[in-house]
Each structure stands twice: as structure tokens, then as C-alpha cells.
Design a protein around this ligand. Structure first.
Ligand SMILES: Nc1ncnc2c1ncn2[C@@H]1O[C@H](COP(=O)(O)OP(=O)(O)O)[C@@H](O)[C@H]1O
Ligand SMILES: [Mg+2]
Length: 329
């Protein structure tokens, strides 16, 4: 399959007083046609800088970007004719125009065929539940509605690549959910290639099969979400007991490493066991058997993407590089 987005060895520094801030350092990745990739990272990691470089708004110091084969800095109009983007702050909508006027205006601006675009605009309005707002000016819409309109404007033109910077940031739950559904549709039905930056792990879980995690301007992980979850899965189980333990049993359990006893008044007694060492489980069971303690249930504890993300980003910070903002050089 064709590579629609190719990022090769991109580095970017910004001047800051006497020193420089390194926002991106030697970043490379590629996206195939129809892929949806989440670009994750803490504040200041370099996500927006990457997005602006792809959109030709910022020139990299080193390296090269190709959008459908074109360089967005040197072959600007060709590259930009292949992508649409929603950047931070809804810059792609006009405040005095209504919802429908915005869509008509931007479609015409991009030279869309009026015949094709009429049906497309109606579809977008209904998919994003904007029917009641078609005659309302962008300025008077709620933030969630404005963001949905910005997404609709980006989708009104028929281009293969979509770039979204924090599409659900600060939105109400319902708008975030509608945007999530819309994105699924855009990838499944329209085979668009979508790169989105986000902090929203529910959005990532729902729509991104692959994530790239950047921290302090460098890629630290580029992998399928499934793989990441498997890699970080701590085999941990929780035994829920139907009876109290004797104090001697409690003492014995406390001696087993990676095993935690919880005795919550009213909520019962449970034991968390880490199964990296299987013998821990047998030792716990032996202790329980000695008094015929009742095991009511055994549950697997699942790890979520948020924990994986914090683990990956935190581990790097613990390696001697502190702070989340770009690094001085
Ligand atoms: N125009 C700019 N001038 C100077 N520094 C900037 C500019 N834009 C971003 N930075 C710095 O570059 C780093 C990366 O920022 P950014 O790309 O916005 O990260 P993110 O979107 O991941 O939060 C940060 O340290 C930020 O302060
Ligand atoms: Mg940003």
C-alpha cells in the first residue's frame, strides 16, 4: 500500500532568549493509506510542532516531510491539496458565517464541484448532529459545536490525508463521542489517512490501532495499541475472600513478595497477587487452605492505556531527563 505520509529525520529548534529549545529531534515515521495513528505525548512534547511542519506552517531545521509524495514547504500547493487539518483554536472556520455558509464557503474556496458537495454537506451536518444549528453563526456555537464544525469544514473537501490537533480537548462528553464516531467512519468508509494528536486515551482506545508516543521531542514508542497493552500487562489477580483471616495467616501472607492484602471493613477481604512468579499463587493458596478459607471470586486485573502511557513517558523522565517541556540545547 502507498505511504501517504512520510516523516524523515525531522529536527526543529525554536530560539528562546540566549538558548534554543529543541522541540523535535530526529523524528521519523510513516503512515500508509487508510491508517489512523494517534500521536501522544505530554504537554510540550512537540506534537503541535510536528503537525505544523506537516501542514507546511513551520519549516523544519533538518529532515523532510512528504504528503502524498509532495514536500509541504517546497511544493506547498500540491502538498496542501492532499490534506486538510484542524489545528488548535478552530482556525479553519469563519465566525460571522453560519454553519451551512461556512461549509458552502470552504467547499467553493477549494474548488469543489457544487453538485458533489451538496450531498456531502448534508451528510456531514447530519453525522455531526448539527441539523438544528445550520443557520446559527459559528461565533454563537458552543465550543463542542465549533469543533464539530471545524471538523466538518476539514472533511468537506475530498482529500486523502486528515490531520487533527487535539480534536476533543476541552469538549463535553457528547461532542467528544460524536467526533469519535465521525473519525471511525472517516477511516472505515472513506479510507482516509488520519494523524491525530491527543491526550484523550478513550479516543485512542476507540479509534487508533497504532500510536506514536513522543516525549521531549523524540519518539519513544511506535507500536500497535494491542502490543503495548500486552507488553505492559502485569499478570495480576485479585482473590476475593468470603471469610476473615486469622492474624497468623495475615502475617504469613505479608511475607510473600508482590502480594498485597486488603482488609476493608464492610467490603470484605481481598488479596492481590502478582503472577510474575507463579509460586506466589501456590503459597497463597496453601495459606488459605490451612483454614479452609472461602474464595468467593478470582478476577484478573486489567491494565489500561493511560497506565501504559504514563509508564512509557515516566520511565524516560526517570532516566535522568526531567521536565516535560522541550529541552534547552
Ligand atoms: N513558536 C514557538 N516559539 C518558541 N518555542 C515554542 C514555539 N512553539 C512551541 N515551542 C516550544 O516547543 C516545545 C514543543 O511544543 P509543542 O509542539 O507545542 O508541544 P505539544 O503540542 O506536544 O504540547 C515546547 O517546549 C514549546 O514551549
Ligand atoms: Mg499541542
Amino acid at each position: 500500500m502507498e505511504e501517504l505520509l512520510k516523516i524523515e529525520k525531522i529536527s526543529k529548534t525554536y530560539p528562546k532568549k540566549k538558548e534554543k529549545i529543541r522541540a523535535l529531534e530526529n523524528v521519523s515515521f510513516q503512515m500508509r493509506e487508510g491508517e489512523l495513528v494517534g500521536l501522544l505525548g505530554p504537554n510540550g512534547a512537540g506534537k503541535t510542532t510536528m503537525v505544523k511542519i506537516i501542514c507546511g506552517l513551520v519549516a523544519p531545521d533538518e529532515g523532510e516531510v512528504r504528503v502524498a509524495g509532495y514536500n509541504p514547504w517546497k511544493e506547498r500547493s500540491r502538498a496542501l491539496s492532499k490534506l486538510s487539518a484542524v489545528l488548535e483554536g478552530n482556525r479553519n472556520i469563519y465566525w460571522p458565517l453560519t454553519v451551512r455558509e461556512n461549509l458552502d464557503f470552504f467547499a467553493a474556496l477549494k474548488g469543489e464541484n457544487p453538485g458533489r458537495v451538496r450531498g456531502r454537506i448534508d451528510d456531514l451536518i447530519s453525522m455531526l448532529n448539527l441539523e438544528d444549528k445550520v443557520n446559527v453563526t459559528a461565533r454563537s456555537l458552543s465550543r463542542g459545536m465549533q469543533q464539530k464544525l471545524a471538523l466538518a469544514v476539514a472533511l468537506v473537501v475530498d482529500v486523502p490525508v486528515l490531520i487533527l490537533d487535539e480534536p476533543t480537548l476541552g469538549l463535553d462528553v457528547e461532542s467528544a463521542l460524536e467526533i469519535r464516531e465521525m473519525l471511525k467512519n472517516v477511516v472505515q468508509e472513506e479510507k482516509k489517512t488520519v494523524l491525530l494528536t491527543t491526550h484523550d486515551m478513550r479516543l485512542v482506545r476507540a479509534v487508533c490501532p497504532r500510536v506514536i508516543i513522543i516525549n521531549q521531542g523524540q519518539i519513544v514508542t511506535d507500536d500497535r495499541v494491542d502490543n503495548l497493552l500486552r507488553l505492559f500487562e502485569v499478570k495480576s489477580y485479585r482473590l476475593n475472600l468470603g471469610s476473615q483471616l486469622t492474624s497468623e495467616q495475615e502475617l504469613q501472607l505479608q511475607e510473600i513478595e508482590n502480594t498485597v492484602l486488603h482488609n476493608e471493613r464492610g467490603n470484605g477481604v481481598f488479596i492481590d497477587i502478582n503472577l510474575e512468579r507463579m509460586e506466589n499463587l501456590y503459597r497463597v493458596l496453601d495459606i488459605l487452605r490451612s483454614s479452609n478459607a472461602l474464595i468467593e471470586s478470582i478476577e484478573r486485573k486489567d491494565i489500561d492505556l493511560e497506565e501504559v502511557f504514563l509508564e512509557i513517558v515516566g520511565r524516560r523522565a526517570a532516566n535522568g531527563k526531567s521536565g516535560t517541556a522541550g529541552r534547552p540545547v
